[in-house]
Write a protein that binds this ligand. Sequence first.
Ligand code: TXA
Ligand code: MG
Length: 345
Amino acid sequence: METLLLPATTENITAAAQLIQRGEVVGFPTETVYGLGADGMNAEAVQKIFAAKERPADNPLILHIAEREELSAIVKEVTPVALALTRAFWPGPLTVLLPAKPHIPQAVHPGLDTVTVRMPSHPIANVLIRLAGCPLAAPSANRSGRPSPTCAKDVMADMEGRIPMILDGGVCGVGVESTVVDCTGSVPKILRPGGVTPEMIESVWGNVEVDETALTPLAEGAVAASPGMRHRHYAPKARLLVVEGPLEPQLKRMAARYDEEAAKGGVPVLVLAKSWIPCMGRRRCLPWGDVGDSAAMAESLFSLLREIDHIHATLGICQGIEPHGLGLAVMNRLLRAAAHNVEYV
Ligand code: TXA
Ligand code: MG
């Protein structure tokens, strides 16, 4: 199949919406990452998403809507937690998990009673959903296991020949996916950290829980609250090492690991805040935002993980950051990309 990569003009968004109505899958931008959208009420169309991504069949999808009122047509009950959080953070990078109405295709939430819903703030996503006239089932537009795409050419790299069209809407502003929040109980529980931080949720609801798998690997044999947390994810082909700890020993350890890899004939690269790059001498570095600017670090994380492969590095050595605010989502993605290969100094 030929994959068209087109600018997101009104004409092309209309064409994309028509493809969706005919049961096809299209790539489109959101404020978090690019998505692969299909008609969420058409089980056959939803199956095509799984095929294009090579996604494990048991990993459920998020339904994307354009109006907050559409939520009550999808879920059995909009709980007080869901109402408060969607009022505060929709449209935006918040996904709510609630009990599903019976008409939602099983393909969207295989084997589960719950379904996840989000209302993106990106204008192109919003117009596409309106024109398609249905909720869009849309995972991130990467092949399963790869870093999520934050620009159209990264979608093309993973999806060429697999889907008919990708809408190019430039670079995604947030850079990490939405926050998935279980809203079924009386306290919101973050299953996947993302663009809406725990601190932001706490400021609305007073308290918030974070699933223990946010920063630690899922225990052997344990059941994941969110099936996606089970699978290795976001990973470049190169090995990754995350170094955490106070600045000076952290930078020293990173440099030492770099030199070891180079001495073995490997191709190491350092990923660190740009202010520290001068401390690294002639070692090869990829600049990762400014110190303490977790928003800039979130925005560039996935493209840096792809860059590690573009330069054919064998080992990426990444500076760990504080897991506060957006830093929690950044560290969740980074640790999973590194399969929890971490050194604490
Ligand atoms: O920002 C985002 O959320 C992006 C953009 C495209 O909107 N989408 C996205 O979708 O990240 P995906 O499929 O790559 O990740 C959805 C995550 C997965 O970890 C999945 O297991 C979890 O949400 N999830 C979806 N429905 C669920 C459910 N009913 N119960 C538990 N986890 C669910
Ligand atoms: Mg994904």
